[in-house]
Structure formats: C-alpha cells, structure tokens
Design a protein around this ligand. Structure first.
Ligand SMILES: Cc1cc2nc3c(=O)[nH]c(=O)nc-3n(C[C@H](O)[C@H](O)[C@H](O)COP(=O)(O)OP(=O)(O)OC[C@H]3O[C@@H](n4cnc5c(N)ncnc54)[C@H](O)[C@@H]3O)c2cc1C
Length: 315
C-alpha cells in the first residue's frame, strides 16, 4: 500500500516552483503513446511516465493489428510509436508514479520516485497484469511462446489445432468455450480450483469441452516444440498451444485511491469521453472496463486526448 507523506498533502506546488502542465499520462503502452502523440499535436504541455511493463512487450507477433498484414512484434510497434511521438517533441520519462495527490484547486500533484509533476489533468493508461498459472515449468512455456493469454488476439493462428486451456474458475470455462470457435479439439486443464469442482465439471460439460482429469502439476516444452502437461495422476498430454484463462488484475489503484469508480473486476469505469468519475481524471486502454486490445487502447486514447484538449480550451 502507498504511504502518503503528510508534507506532500500540505505543500503548495507553486511554492515548489513546479510548472503547471496540461496533462500527465501514466503509462506508455499503445494507449499512453497514442494519447501523448495526440496531445503534443494539439500543442499541449504533456509528460508521459512509464514503468516499462507494457503488455505489448510480450507480443511476439501480432497479426490482428490493422495496417500490418505481415504482423508486427509488440516491441517493434512500441518503438515505432515512440519514434512518432519524438517527431512532435514528445518523450517518455522512465519512472513509476507512486501516488497522485489532489490539490484543493482541482489540479493534481503526480509523485514519481525523485520528482513531482503538477498538472491540470491526469490520464491513466496503466494497463493490466495477466495472471500466470502457478505451475512448475511455466517460464519455459512462456519463453517458447506456447502459453498464450488472449484468444481474441491470436486464436485464429491456432485454427483446427489441439489447444489446452488452463483455468481454475467459470471464467476459464467461458474462455475455453470461446476458443472452441477456432478448433473442435479444445481441452480444459484445471489448476487448483477457485470454483467447487462439481460446478466446474457441470460448466465444462455443458460447454461441450473435454476435461483432462486431475490437476496440472508440471508444464514443459517437448522435443517437437509442443506443450506437454503432466497431471497429478502422472498422465501426460501434448498440445499445439496452451492458453492461460486466469484473468488479469487491472492496475487501477492510482485512480481508485483518488475515488474513481471501478467495476467488479477492478477496471476503471469511464464515460464516452474517457472521463472517470473524478473530474479531470481520465483513463484509457486495458485498465478501463472494455476489450483488452491494441486497437481499443488506441481508440480510447484518441478520445481521451481530444476530450482533455477540448476541456482545456473551454476552461
Ligand atoms: C501475450 C500477449 C499477446 C497479445 N497480443 C495482442 C494482439 O495480437 N493484438 C492486440 O490487439 N492485443 C494484444 N495483446 C493485448 C495488448 O498487449 C494490450 O491490449 C495493450 O498492450 C494495452 O495497451 P495499454 O497501453 O492499455 O497497456 P499496456 O501496454 O500494458 O501499458 C501500460 C503501461 O503502464 C505502465 N504503468 C503501470 N503503472 C504505472 C505507474 N504507476 N507508473 C508508471 N507507469 C505505469 C506499465 O509499466 C506499462 O508500460 C496481447 C497481450 C499479451 C499479454
């Protein structure tokens, strides 16, 4: 939990000689970099702060990114976006925002590790963190690109393949049923269950899925570059690919600490202009309650940046 120094609360940012910015964008994934680009192109005084953990960095090759018919690696996409931002004198501060304070005049003081930023608006583009299966061998599968997170992103690439879906809840069963659209050969693999087993069994059965008996104990990559799952009864099962269907944790704490509304999964709730329930606090991308996709993050960010610009113009 963030500890807020009482001195931070009473300090007047003007006395600290801070420049009043138009906007601080927290996060430089696809959402934050798009927002930064738009705001700079509106001639706005913006700072973008990033802790370096974009989900996009995990994308070996995205094939559903419009305009990239041969696909694009997440690293490459982010590099191109940073280059585009630099063209308009935008840049990223590599740091972590520990907390954000509300000043009585409705501005914000954004606290980084060694400096503070004073701003009229804050845009949170902080993303989510995927939950990985707590099973031995998981790192080897991730390195081999055999453990996927997002069937909306890459289910198409595994059309007709033998797919294992690792889950521990009804959410996992729902995701496995979604994946079944791409292949009839989908098995549900349980890790320590969150939902009582009989309910999971019923859900798996009614979704028409095959369930591997027992609980997964070990994951590995075999000699043919297939995913190999060993269950607690000693049985082994090979798959072309595995999906982790365990959900994700939104990085929404900076917003909720300021009183912004979140949904039941912890995502920030925004209106059609990307505004949260806190005045001058906006949010875009995966951290918002919506489909977790690059195109959605980019769209949210364009809307948020334009709304921020319009609000500043009418103030
Ligand atoms: C394996 C994988 C494959 C995927 N494939 C695709 C695909 O093919 N197509 C597609 O459309 N989507 C894909 N996605 C989803 C896509 O990566 C996300 O939708 C996208 O990255 C969301 O962008 P974002 O800017 O909202 O968040 P992110 O890209 O996650 O960026 C958030 C940034 O905020 C920073 N941050 C968080 N908190 C703080 C803080 N307190 N201070 C400073 N910085 C902070 C983080 O370090 C991070 O850099 C994939 C995701 C994964 C995991």
């Amino acid at each position: 939990m963030t500890v807020i120094d009482i001195d931070d609360l009473i300090e007047d940012p003007k006395d600290g000689g801070l420049e009043l910015l138009d906007c601080v964008v927290v996060g430089a994934g696809p959402a934050g970099l798009t927002a930064g680009l738009y705001l700079r192109r509106f001639h706005r005084n913006v700072r973008i702060v990033d802790a370096g953990a974009s989900r996009a960095l995990q994308i070996s090759r995205s094939n559903n990114c419009p305009g990239f018919p041969s696909g694009v690696a997440g690293v490459q996409l982010l590099e191109r976006m940073v280059r585009h931002l630099r063209q308009v004198d935008g840049f990223v501060l590599h740091d972590t925002v520990s907390h954000i304070l509300r000043h009585p005049d409705d501005s914000f003081v954004v606290c980084l590790s060694h400096e503070k930023l004073w701003t009229r608006n804050v845009l949170l583009c902080t993303g989510v963190k995927d939950r990985q299966p707590d099973v031995a061998g998981v790192d080897a599968l991730v390195s081999a690109d055999l453990l996927r997170q997002c069937p909306v992103c890459d289910g198409y690439e595994f059309t007709g393949k033998h797919i294992g879906v690792i889950g521990n809840s009804l959410h996992g069963v729902k995701e496995a049923a979604f994946i079944r659209h791409f292949s009839a050969n989908v098995s549900f693999i349980e890790i320590a269950a969150k939902t009582p087993c009989t309910r999971l069994d019923v859900a798996v059965h009614s979704a028409g899925l095959h369930r591997i008996p027992g609980v997964a104990r070990h994951l590995a990559v075999d000699a043919d570059h297939k995913a190999f799952v060993t269950m607690d009864d000693g049985s082994g099962h090979r798959f072309d690919v595995l999906y982790a269907a365990l959900g994700a944790d939104p990085r929404s704490q900076l917003g909720s600490a300021l009183g912004a509304s979140v949904d039941e999964r912890g995502n920030l709730v925004t209106d059609a202009h990307s505004k949260t329930s806190v005045p001058h606090l906006y949010a875009a991308g995966d951290v918002v309650s919506a489909l977790d996709q690059i195109s959605v993050a980019v769209g949210h960010a364009a809307i948020a940046a334009t709304a921020i610009h319009n609000d500043l113009s009418s103030a």
